[in-house]
Design a protein around this ligand. Structure first.
Ligand SMILES: Nc1ncnc2c1ncn2[C@@H]1O[C@H](COP(=O)(O)OP(=O)(O)OP(=O)(O)O)[C@@H](O)[C@H]1O
Ligand SMILES: [Mg+2]
Length: 462
């Protein structure tokens, strides 16, 4: 007696008693046109963790260079859970010599069918669309003034910034909080709709120059699979032009305004404070597309009107501190491929004494000396001793676990000369001072000497 047919979706005892109902999703319709649902279900199934856990599965190249994706094999069955119900999917050959293509067969318990079938198919649609969105090439939009039309508009270019959340040197706990915050934002459409709120999230990234704020915006966009709208306020004529630009942005995008504190301090934009607040509120109460992330970067939030930073306008505040020893280790791992080194205790001691540099400064020294990790670390030690000018003493981080301390603007120490013994640098960057020149750090020194961080009022992720 044959009870189970393994080609019939991994036969189970219940199958024999018609406990399940099957639904076939063919690859092509009767006119041999592609059935789009088949593509969506395939993408959805290939993204499930159960495919990773199955006994065998296919590995195929994806659309992007070096991308490898998991793919359901013919006659393979995987399980999925939805609203507490278990369903099974089997990939089958068409079995019909007159037709081509494959089928995906869904088995649902009859008892669950009425309750879950429609929402489950809807869920597959949503997830597949999100996956598609993440796969497509991203764009960076910059606002330009169109001479002919005297109008501001967005000009797109391909967005190819390589930063990812993984490449950012940040405290691990903070990074994983941000990651799960973004993940839950992506899944929260129905939640926001139920609350009657626009599906958006706004972030404030603040910290000294060269600590990774701009790179982090790129990493977020790559993580979310969103386009980036980089709004340059100095190119905006007035408040109404700002409004028009906002209306032109599309959903699934990160809208970023960099160095906002500078605009407020220098009044170097024709846009008023209320224009910017309305810009944020306009997005909040939006007539325009939703599913957007807004990011503002600044060196310090001291000079910024607290009204601007109030809850509801800014959801998440993230502080970007100067390097500590743990960030240094992260950088050494990614830039030099070194997880441990005999010089690490010495580096740690210097950090503990309060010296610090920005990740950009340390990263640049590592890149310049990347052929010899020892030389690279020695150059960092020398730079911390000579250029590290005690800035680390003032980096109150609050959320990163270090207690808030007064900020020491401290004048530079004298040993600021290039070419310290034992320091081998290449590519024209010999000391942090050289790098600061390159990076435009002096610009910041001139205008932003007195910074301190209000860690106490942080609302951080989580
Ligand atoms: N935390 C970090 N992790 C990894 N790389 C970093 C980090 N911080 C800075 N860098 C590197 O330093 C360079 C400058 O960083 P970035 O431009 O993101 O700094 P920033 O905070 O935006 O500075 P500014 O305030 O001057 O705009 C980038 O090449 C980036 O890769
Ligand atoms: Mg920046």
């Amino acid at each position: 007696m044959i009870l189970f047919n393994p080609l019939n979706g991994g036969g189970r005892f219940e199958d024999c008693f018609h406990v399940y109902q099957s639904f076939k999703v063919p690859e092509f319709n009767e006119s041999m046109q592609e059935n789009q649902l088949y593509g969506k279900v395939t993408d959805y199934l290939n993204s499930l963790t159960s495919i990773e856990d199955s006994d065998y599965t296919n590995l195929v190249t994806g659309k992007k260079p070096n991308e490898i994706v998991l793919q359901l094999d013919r006659n393979q069955t995987i399980e999925d859970d939805f609203l507490g119900a278990k369903v099974r999917w089997t990939s089958q050959g068409s079995g019909d010599c007159n037709s081509q293509g494959r089928n995906l067969v869904l088995k649902v318990r009859k008892a669950d069918k009425r309750r879950i079938l429609r929402p489950y198919l809807q869920h597959i649609h949503v997830v597949a669309d999100e996956l598609e969105q993440r796969k497509r090439d991203l764009r960076l939009y910059m606002n330009v003034v169109d001479d002919d039309f005297r109008n501001a508009r967005w000009r797109p270019v391909p967005f190819t910034h390589p930063a990812t959340l993984e490449t950012m040197a940040m405290e691990a706990d903070l990074k994983s909080k941000i990651k799960s915050d973004l993940e839950s934002f992506l899944k929260a459409k129905q939640y926001y709709n139920r609350l009657g709120r626009v599906w958006k999230r706004s972030f404030l990234l603040y910290g000294p120059s060269g600590t990774g704020k701009s790179s982090f915006v790129a990493a977020m966009a790559n993580f979310l699979g969103y386009d980036v709208y980089d709004l340059d306020l100095s190119r905006v004529k007035d408040d109404s032009e700002l409004k028009m630009l906002v209306l032109q942005t599309t959903s699934k995008s990160v809208i970023v305004i960099e160095d906002l504190d500078r605009f407020f301090a220098e009044k170097s934009t024709a846009v008023s404070f209320s224009g910017i607040s309305n810009f944020m509120d306009g997005l909040l109460n939006s007539c325009c597309a939703e599913e957007r992330v807004m990011v503002f970067t600044m060196n310090s939030k001291d000079q910024v009107d607290p009204n601007f930073l109030r809850p509801g306008r800014i959801d998440v505040h993230i502080h970007f501190p100067l390097c500590d020893f743990s960030a240094f280790r992260n950088l050494a791992t990614s830039y030099l491929g070194v997880k441990e080194h005999k010089l690490f205790p010495q580096v740690e001691e210097i950090f503990q004494s309060g010296s610090s540099l920005s990740p950009a400064e340390i990263g640049e020294l590592m890149i310049a000396n990347r052929n010899s990790p020892s030389h690279a670390i020695k150059s960092v030690i020398t730079a911390l001793q000579t250029d590290g000018d005690g800035r680390g003493k003032g980096t109150a981080t609050g959320k990163l676990g270090r207690p808030p301390r007064g900020f020491d603007t401290g004048s530079r120490k004298s040993g600021d000369e290039p070419g310290e013994p034992g320091v081998f640098c290449g590519e024209g960057v010999n000391t942090v001072r050289d790098f600061r020149k390159l990076y435009g750090f002096l610009r910041m020194r001139g205008s932003k000497n007195s910074q301190s961080f209000d860690a106490g009022s942080d609302r951080s992720v989580g």
